[in-house]
Design a protein around this ligand. Structure first.
Ligand code: C2E
Ligand code: MG
Ligand code: MG
Length: 566
């Protein structure tokens, strides 16, 4: 066979290969030498067979300065009149840019843009690989789901940019908490997952979970001067003990994670088979809740609000109860999330309002001096555009003076959509109903922020009141909240007062009202009625006006009123 010789190279080859044309023509072996060593054998084989049918290869070349270019090399034999090959012709194209774009696309398809962690697709793939490998080697694989606690609150309060950085910092900490061979992925939102590819024992899973929890210990600093503490709830399941199927493993970890949330968050749980039973219980709870209203299984209990100064009942809070035919009286914490999630809360919220109005009417008929009744509104109800109209209509239908009704809104639902929130609150304020912030201190809002809303009162969350006499921090916070709320013209109500010492502390620091087992648990309507003061004979029974803080300017109030459908 004749020796091969390079006959012609286009000038573009010079830029592509990084050698002067003359040199390549003089040293044809350079065409082989420049091919990346990992691709060289393949390219060499293709070129050897070029005379028989040509080739089409994509490979890398390494230029003398060390940079790498991607080349698509397409060659074919050229034959003379008798069909004998006398030359190989070809076109080599520099496709580096296209290749990089492809790689970027591939990366985008498999990695989360925000955190650069494997996304759901790649995570599942890694889990599949880990399971295959574990089957061969009889290893244990751990699957861990991690959900940031109350992330929605953070998001609503601090805004998206800060939250994005928070998620990036969380992902960095998670990566640092596990071994290099483990995969940390982001499944979406604030949900992360980890494949622990080779655990020596179930105990190892425990250790990793503790490490992950510990990585949330220090505050995050996601910018804008914010320093926030967040915690996480973690669910863990093990291959092959709990399941050998990857979808089931993810479901298990999810059930375990919810169990950790239910246990008060900031904790981890290993999957147990009973957890699935719980998931199916939740499903059946949903269908029973759908029927509970028509079956008249809901009722209201009322808890007194007491004046710190006089010790007299100055108001009530209506608290929803569900009398389940088999499970008895179910507290709202057990079913409220299901009502919220399914949207049933809207319908049941309207029932609560109607029920409170009817109860107020009945007390009036019984000669009881009515006090204002507070009704809790959940985030979902508060976001409902018809809320104002429904409230106005119901009050009118029962002929109830608006000042006899108050609404309690949690901090986080207020922050969800401040523009709309302001409008709805102004509408309600103009209607004349009372408004307070519930569970204050559990969200992330500053008191100054509350200035923009037309509010009457602020309820200090039970978690602060609980330790008021033991924890210097809680005492300081409570004192500060009371004095700042007063400076904003807001009344302060302490929730969950259980002891005389707590009440004494609150009295000393000027808290206006309190609620709690110390005075009374929530009571059935009839029992509660007995504790309310009776009207003196001759008293016409009109409700006493509740002192209100000054409202905003009439123009603003009217504008707010006009915009909400009434
Ligand atoms: P919340 O509005 O903060 O109600 C206070 C909760 O603290 C009530 O729990 C009450 O029974 C409990 N509590 C009162 N005093 C004490 C005390 O001294 N010690 C302790 N440990 N607890 C005390 P409950 O009735 O289980 O209600 C839980 C939550 O469910 C309420 O929290 C409220 O957010 C929600 N909720 C209740 N009824 C309704 C309703 O009709 N609609 C809506 N949307 N939410 C409701
Ligand atoms: Mg409340
Ligand atoms: Mg509360």
């Amino acid at each position: 066979m004749r020796r091969r010789q390079a006959l012609y190279l286009s000038p573009a080859a010079e830029t592509m290969l990084g050698y002067p044309l003359r040199e390549i023509l003089r040293r044809p072996r350079l065409l082989v030498r420049t091919v990346h060593e990992e691709d060289r054998a393949r390219v060499h084989a293709a070129r050897k067979s070029a005379a028989s049918g040509g080739y089409d290869e994509t490979y890398r070349v390494v230029r003398p300065d060390g940079t790498i270019r991607w080349v698509r090399d397409h060659a074919f034999p050229v034959r003379d009149a008798c069909g004998a090959v006398y030359r190989i012709a070809g076109i080599a194209e520099d496709i580096t840019e296209r290749k990089l774009a492809e790689e970027r696309l591939l990366h985008l398809a498999h990695y989360d843009v925000l955190t650069d962690l494997p996304n759901r697709v790649l995570f599942y793939d890694r889990l599949r690989q880990a399971i295959l490998q574990a089957r061969r080697n009889e290893w244990i694989v751990g699957v861990m789901l991690i959900d940031v606690d109350r992330f929605k609150n953070v998001n609503d309060t601090l805004g998206r940019a800060v939250c994005a950085r928070l998620l990036q910092q969380v992902s960095a900490r998670l990566k640092a908490a596990v071994r290099a061979g483990d995969t940390v992925g982001r499944l979406g939102g604030d949900e992360f997952a980890i494949v622990l590819s080779n655990l020596a024992s179930a105990r190892d899973g425990n250790l990793v979970a503790q490490k992950v929890m510990a990585s949330f210990h220090d505050p995050f600093r996601p910018g804008a001067g914010a320093e926030i503490y967040v915690t996480a709830s973690i669910g863990i399941t093990l291959f092959p003990d709990d399941s050998t199927d990857q979808d089931t493993l993810i479901q298990n970890a999810d059930a375990a994670m919810y169990q950790a949330k239910d246990a008060g968050r900031n904790s981890y749980r290993f999957y147990t088979p009973e957890m699935n039973a719980r998931a199916s219980r939740l499903l059946s709870m949903e269908s029973s809740l759908r029927r509970a209203l028509e079956r008249r299984e809901f009722l209201l209990h009322y808890q007194p609000k007491v004046s710190v100064a006089t010790g007299g009942i100055v108001g009530l809070e209506a608290l929803l109860r569900w009398r389940h035919p088999e499970h008895g009286l179910v507290p709202p914490g057990d079913f409220m999330p299901v009502l919220e999630e399914t949207g049933l809360i809207t319908q049941i919220g309207e029932w609560v309002l109607g029920m409170v109005c009817a109860q107020l009417r009945q007390w009036q008929h019984e000669g009881i001096d009515p006090v204002a009744v507070a009704i809790n509104l959940s985030a979902r109800q508060f976001a409902d555009r018809d809320l104002g109209a429904v409230i106005q209509r119901t009050l009118e239908a029962h002929d109830i003076a608006p000042r006899l009704v108050e609404f309690e809104i949690t901090e986080s639902s207020l922050m969800t959509n401040t523009e709309d929130s302001t409008r709805v609150l102004e509408f309600l304020a103009n209607l004349g109903v009372g408004l307070s912030i519930d569970d204050f201190g559990t969200g992330y809002s500053s008191l100054g922020y509350l200035k923009r809303f037309a509010l009457d009162a602020l309820k200090i969350d039970r978690s602060f009141v609980r330790d008021i006499t033991e924890s210097a921090d809680d005492a300081t916070i409570t004192r500060a909240v009371i004095s700042m709320a007063h400076s904003l013209g807001l009344k302060v109500i302490a929730e969950g007062v259980e002891t005389a010492a707590q009440l004494a502390f609150l009295a000393e620091h000027g808290c206006d009202e309190f609620q709690g087992y110390y005075f009374s648990r929530p009571l059935p309507a009839a029992e509660c009625g007995e504790r309310l003061p009776r009207r003196r004979s001759g008293d016409p029974g009109r409700p006493r006006p509740r002192p209100r803080r000054p409202r905003r300017s009439p123009e603003r109030a009217a504008a707010g009123c006009a915009r909400v459908p009434g």
